[in-house]
Design a protein around this ligand. Structure first.
Ligand code: SAM
Length: 318
């Protein structure tokens, strides 16, 4: 890593979303062990460290190398802090490695991308800034967005745009993407945005840029975001202490639906056939729903526009 790169990382920041609501709902105890699964630039981690005592512990995870650099630089002197660069779906191995008891008192997930990821054109997440079509949170993984668009066929691309972006022009856009690739006209984020915009009916303006949904879809697919989420939710149940809290901040309906269904399935017995013995019913109930969903206040939204679409769900291990 050269010096310019280091400076660029240090200059980028992320304003944590719904910081106080998220941390208060973790119900932090002084000597507890907590996991921040999405370290980013450490806004939530810092607040957790301020709340735990000398015998408390925070394990932070992020798959992004710049997040790792920031964590190692800013928290290196804090003995209570451990960082792992990894997919958060690897949580069972990480807890096994770092926590003798194999149990934790709270788990935080602040889903999606960080502001530095979005703001750095080189990362290729934003259609507003010209950069390579990359979109990998973990830049050591193989598949960039461009590589995938090259190898996938029209049908595959169309399915992804529909499933993860709820894009109604998915087929038309996919055909245009493949055509632009064949004609060597598609290299950057701005090229892709142009291809998508041309598939939409001509109008003076749209509420949101037509490229929004497709960019979201491709990003979710490249980073396996929903599979990661489903896996970690199941694994959380295996490592949460009784009374421990799970706090999830999500930013779009696909994520929120997964979290909502997961909490509902584990906190109510409505899906269980009534003939089952009581013993079996209670075995399936391992979470208590805690006043959800929570939204950002108008003040928070004024200060941080990303908070507008944020939703927090909280569950307690029983
Ligand atoms: C919204 S940001 C978190 C911001 C953080 N709470 C803060 O205050 O700075 C989400 C972060 O989670 C990371 N991330 C997303 N999905 C991940 C996954 N499956 N495994 C590991 N890290 C992930 C991203 O790289 C990004 O840095």
């Amino acid at each position: 890593m050269n010096l310019n790169y280091k400076l660029e990382i240090m200059n980028t920041s992320h304003q944590p979303v719904m910081l106080n609501t998220a941390i208060n709902n973790l119900n932090i105890i002084s000597d507890g062990t907590y996991i921040d699964c999405t370290f980013g630039r450490g806004g939530h981690s810092k607040k957790i460290l301020n709340k735990i005592g000398l015998n408390g512990k925070l394990i932070a995870i992020d798959k992004d190398q710049e997040a790792e650099y920031c964590a190692r630089k800013n928290f290196k002197n804090d003995k209570r802090f451990i960082f792992e660069r990894s997919n958060f779906s690897n949580i069972l191995n990480i807890v096994e490695k770092h926590n003798q008891s194999k149990k934790v008192n709270g788990i935080l997930l602040d889903l999606g991308v960080s502001s530095p990821q979005l703001d750095n054109a080189e990362r290729g997440f934003s259609f507003m800034k010209e950069g390579p079509l990359d979109m990998r949170m973990d830049t050591s993984s193989n598949l960039t967005a461009l590589a995938w668009l090259r190898e996938a066929d029209v049908k595959e691309i169309s399915i992804v745009l529909k499933k993860y972006g709820e894009e109604k022009y998915s087929y038309k856009i996919s055909k245009s993407i493949k055509k632009a690739l064949e004609e060597n006209l598609l290299h950057t984020t701005v090229d892709l945005s142009k291809v998508i915009n041309e598939c939409y009916p001509k109008r003076t303006s749209y509420k949101k840029n037509p490229a929004t949904k497709s960019f979201q879809a491709i990003r979710i697919f490249i980073n396996k975001e929903l599979q990661e989420l489903e896996k970690i939710l199941d694994d959380c149940l295996k490592i949460m202490e009784i009374g421990g809290r799970l706090v999830v901040i999500s930013f779009h309906s696909l994520e929120d639906r997964i979290v909502k269904n997961f909490i509902n399935n584990h906190s109510t017995n409505k899906n269980i056939i009534s003939k089952l013995p009581i013993k079996n019913i209670s075995q399936n109930l391992n979470l208590k729903k805690v006043k959800t969903p929570l939204n950002a206040t108008q003040e928070e939204i004024k200060e941080n526009i990303r908070a507008r679409s944020a939703k927090i769900r909280v569950a307690e291990r029983i």
